[in-house]
Ligand binder design. Sequence first.
Ligand code: PXP
Length: 240
Amino acid sequence: MTAKLSVNINKIATLRNARGGNYPSVVEAAKNCEKFGADGITVHPRPDERHITKQDVYDLSKEVKTEFNIEGNPNERFMKMIEEVRPAQATLVPDGENVLTSNAGWDTIANKDLLTDKIAELKSYGVRTSLFIETDPKMIEHAALVGADRIEFYTGPYADNYASDKAAAIKEYVACAHVALDNNLAINAGHDLSLENLAYFAQNIPNLAEVSIGHALISDALYLGLENTINMYKKLLVVS
Ligand code: PXP
């Protein structure tokens, strides 16, 4: 199985917002990512709209032809957006209002009731749900119990430890991938994945369904070009 590449285009919006106006356009960027081989487009509209705005989500929903994945904390505003937009997937993230970037997975035990309700609501909209999760088997088992379809491994710690000892960095992810599969959860992954660390992750995680990559991919595109960069990331996902 070759994992799908969903390109997170938050950083295109960051660049656009630096000057106001609509350049570079996130819709054009999404269309180009798809043309160059992305299997999906991911956005993470944050409450302060510092990159992707609510309007971007609605604009993108009309144009994205591949899998549209919207990430966020399932508050009222987020749930209304999902109800109206009906993306292929919602990735629920336990972000506080002002975090710089997602930096922790769900406590699926403490948030059991909240997640059960929100996931049931998302299911009624026909939207697949993925829960952002750290490498804790208990949290993964409870992700299944609250009704999630998938987990998204928070790969920040993997990326941090990759350079010093990649075998140690991936060990818990492999063990937890088996827990996920035993609980009928499909596996996504994201955060700080890069041209350097992606291949090893894809080669070692059984049945990896999808990765979402933003920061490194958009940064690499400055030097390598967007088309070339997307092709390079996609090649790293092909596991022989
Ligand atoms: N997954 C989640 C839940 C995120 O919040 C982000 C960052 O928006 C990513 C994946 C992608 O991380 P990166 O930009 O480091 O590739």
